[in-house]
Ligand binder design. Structure first.
Ligand code: C2O
Ligand code: CU
Length: 575
């Protein structure tokens, strides 16, 4: 194993990634979006030097912190990148190193800004290859044949990344001020959905001089490709499909699963899939396409389009001027495309939209972990409610508290705060009377190696719609062991298990399920928050540290939908 060094310079740029009439000032890593792809093999150390080169010094919007999403950070809590929780944000002019080893995980990850709405443009793929045999760089040759790559029992010829993101024409800082201020009513849909950082907002006036066009992913006929689909979105859950190609899921959130074939994916913010596709169609262009899910706006097609382009293999003797393409096979330079391909995938109708069925069907590749069957030491319920406050702002409270970054001190992150204070607090874990919450440090303390079930309960006010909430666990992957409609009650749902073969993942979607009977009770109209749905996730507290658990709809998170776990503080070590 080796150390892989990366340098991230964060600077401000004006960009127009969807080829519209709007150019916005945003922050980028090394001037690009997506940012550079981090690549490592399992067991390697990743070392990232981050420089905040933004010039303004007077606003919190110009702070930077970068989270490596899905990386469990065993023993490296201080590299988790959550501002005021695991580190102080990097201020303009400052630099910061995040170094961590990817010990016991491999697969598809990404990194993103964790300050404000920076994630909209500050993100990039992070790929951990299962072994050298899965690393495309290592097997590259100059022949026209692709030697297969292997990951576990899976074999494929090459891979592509499709990283999905959103683009609002309103600049991110202005958008964040709107969300957090008193004019906020509801979240506006993104103006564009981007695949690998680009799309076309309006193809009618497009010229190649002005626009980069759609992203083109080239493939050779009669091969197998691994597509890594990354939900680097901050808000909307998306459907994803490739025209005339089935998708065989082999990995979810960095864990291999038994192969399961679908014709579309549901990709929530923060979620990742690897799928295998076989290029068994005719030489042509096929559209890679994205639709909205769980939106009031599902019927309007999105412009999230990329191109899957079949190419014949090319011999270097026929085309001596061509460079070496992916994995050593010569390719023509990818031509920019400003018109979408004519062959589109068909998505199921919005009316038939139901909680994505695959969570009942997917199985861990190597069988269900026995920990899933054990009794939990306790259950923590996190009930979120949106409040319209007297000052006109909206906040999401979890068990009555809306998390804000300022809950850490300005002088030192909560991590260091906890380390200083907990040693003077015997009886730290005796918080049963407050549902596991410590109001002093504003954390949920966990004992080392405890098996903890967390029920994530979502609600709505009667008359307002239920929303989808993709919850993410830092420092841990979790098993979703049960879910249900309406309100979770200990008496009725306490021992329920309705997911057959839980897989490890780091995002669990709480679907906008609702039990309509709950709108009235004994004939009376209900006027307090009503349960929409819930999921019960299980973690093992095997990773001492301070870990954020939050909704990965970033606006929801900023409005408070987040908690901090304080795990075995007596065992946390920091360099
Ligand atoms: Cu990808 Cu705290 O998030
Ligand atoms: Cu949410």
């Amino acid at each position: 194993s080796v150390t892989r060094y990366y340098e991230f310079n964060v600077t401000q740029h004006s960009i127009n990634p969807d080829c519209s009439d709007h150019t916005s000032p945003v922050f980028l890593i090394n001037g690009q979006m997506p940012g550079p792809t981090i690549k490592a093999n399992q067991g390697d150390t990743i070392h990232v030097l981050i420089r905040n080169k933004l010039s303004e010094v007077d606003t919190h919007h110009h702070n930077v912190a970068i989270h490596f999403h899905g990386i469990r950070q065993y023993g490296s809590n201080h590299a988790d990148g959550v501002p005021f929780l695991t580190q102080l944000p990097i201020r303009p002019g400052e630099e910061f190193v995040q170094e961590f080893r990817v010990i016991n995980q491999a697969g598809t990850f990404f990194y993103h800004g964790h300050v404000g709405l920076q994630e909209e443009t500050v993100f990039g793929p992070l790929i951990v290859y299962e072994s050298q045999a899965a690393n495309p760089e290592i097997l590259s040759t100059n022949s026209t044949e692709l030697l297969p790559l292997t990951a576990g029992p899976f074999s494929y010829h090459d891979e592509h990344v499709a990283i999905l993101s959103e683009w609002w024409h309103r600049p991110p800082i202005e958008f964040e001020n709107f969300l957090m201020g008193s004019k906020f009513k509801f979240l506006p849909e993104a103006d564009s959905i981007l695949i690998n950082g680009r799309t076309m907002h309006d193809t009618r006036h497009a010229t190649l001089a002005k626009c980069g066009g759609y992203d083109v992913m080239t493939v050779l006929p009669n091969k197998t490709y691994r597509f890594r689909v990354i939900g680097a979105t901050t808000f909307r859950t998306l459907g994803f499909a490739i025209a005339r190609h089935n998708l065989t899921i082999i990995e979810v959130d960095g864990e291999l699963v038994k192969p399961y074939t679908v014709n579309q994916l549901e990709v929530a913010p923060g979620q990742r899939f690897s799928v295998l596709i076989h290029t068994d169609q005719e030489l042509d262009d096929y559209s890679v396409r994205v639709v909205r899910r769980w939106s009031d706006d599902v019927r309007r097609p999105t412009n999230g389009i990329a191109v899957l382009q079949y190419q014949q293999p090319i011999s270097r003797f026929d085309h001596p001027s061509l460079g070496v393409g992916s994995r050593g096979v010569l390719r023509f330079k990818r031509p920019a495309v400003i018109q979408p391909p004519s062959i589109h995938p068909v998505f199921e109708k919005a009316e038939s939209e139901a909680p994505y069925w695959i969570w009942q069907e997917l199985e861990p590749l190597y069988g269900v972990d026995p920990t899933v069957k054990k009794p939990a030491s306790r259950t923590i319920k996190l009930r979120s409610v949106d409040r319209h406050l007297p000052d006109g702002t909206t906040r999401w409270q979890v068990n009555g508290v809306a998390y804000t970054e300022e809950m850490g001190s300005k002088q030192q992150p909560v991590l260091y705060n906890v380390l200083n204070k907990t040693r003077q607090l015997p009886g730290r874990y005796n918080t049963a009377h407050t549902n596991g919450y410590d109001p002093n440090l504003r954390t949920y303390p966990l004992k080392h190696f405890e098996i903890v079930d967390i029920v994530i309960q979502t609600t709505h006010m009667p008359g307002e719609p239920c929303r989808s909430h993709p919850w993410h666990t830092h420092g841990h992957s979790h098993w979703e062991i049960a879910n249900g409609k309406g309100e979770y009650t200990e008496e009725r749902d306490g021992n329920i298990r309705n997911i057959n073969s839980p897989i490890l993942k780091d995002i669990t979607m709480i679907y906008p399920n609702v039990d309509p009977d709950l709108f009235t009770k004994d004939g009376e109209k209900v006027t307090s928050p009503v349960g929409c749905g819930w999921s019960k996730i299980r973690i093992v507290a095997d990773n001492p540290g301070i870990w954020a658990v939050h909704c990965h709809n970033t606006p929801h998170m900023l409005m408070g939908m987040m908690v901090a776990l304080e795990e075995a503080p007596e065992l946390i070590s920091i360099p």
